[in-house]
Design a binder for this molecule. Structure first.
Ligand code: ZN
Ligand code: ZN
Length: 223
């Protein structure tokens, strides 16, 4: 066991610091207050329930929640979590996930399920950050974790694709494992939300198998 460190500056945390240290916490914006009821992004204008993006492009998943604004130290932190082996950051993210969204998580989830990475990528990277995060959120919230989905079709990297290309790229990419999901409410866990195409593709596969509802939670909304 390693003592917990701040996912932003890597300093050891004081006993009363649970996710980020006090000085880094000042530099990050946690999602609270006026956020989109569908994708969970913070909105500048008050009085609206849904952001322009979700108004224009309806989703298959029901609701998603984000933890932080994608700015300042969060970008760098997420990068290290994904690419530099800092799996331990998952504990800080999970702590904040429950601090921010405990009631919502309990109301929307019977199962905590990671958005899966393809096998080749997993082999290369050595760990799947969404899986690590899903386990941490399950542990922190007390809701069971289940690796329910597999990425069965090879997909090309999404970074440069348009929304329509993303949807096409993900067609039938996910398969539900042999588990009865009927009437279950599934909370999908991913690192970053971009257009929501990945969550939609996972939600479609789960809903076709009889899941009652599919929601999502992610560290941040980027792109
Ligand atoms: Zn710090
Ligand atoms: Zn939205």
């Amino acid at each position: 066991m390693f003592p917990p460190r701040c996912p932003s500056c890597d300093q050891l945390l004081a006993p009363d610091e649970k996710s980020f240290c006090k000085s880094c916490e000042k530099l990050i914006t946690k999602v609270r207050g006026n956020y989109c009821m569908i994708c969970g992004r913070l909105m500048k204008k008050s009085g609206k329930l849904v952001c322009p993006d979700c108004e224009k492009f309806p989703h298959i998943f029901s609701e998603g929640r984000s933890l932080y604004e994608y700015e300042g130290p969060i970008r760098e932190t997420v990068y290290r979590f994904k690419y530099k082996g800092r799996k331990s950051y998952a504990d800080a993210f999970a702590y904040d996930a429950v601090e921010l969204w405990d009631e919502w998580i309990k109301a929307s989830a019977d199962l905590v399920v990671p958005v899966p990475m393809n096998a080749k990528k997993l082999k290369k990277r050595g760990y799947d950050q969404a899986d690590v995060l899903a386990r941490a959120i399950a542990c922190e919230s007390g809701i069971p974790y289940l690796h329910l989905l597999d990425r069965v079709r090879k997909t090309v990297p999404m970074k440069t694709l348009s929304r329509a290309e993303r949807q096409n790229n993900l067609k039938n990419a996910f398969q539900v494992r042999d588990f009865d999901v009927k009437l279950k409410r599934v909370l999908l866990v991913d690192d970053i939300y971009t257009t929501g195409s990945t969550l939609d593709a996972c939600a479609k596969a789960l809903l076709e198998r009889g899941a009652a509802e599919v929601s999502g939670i992610y560290i941040s909304i980027g792109g």
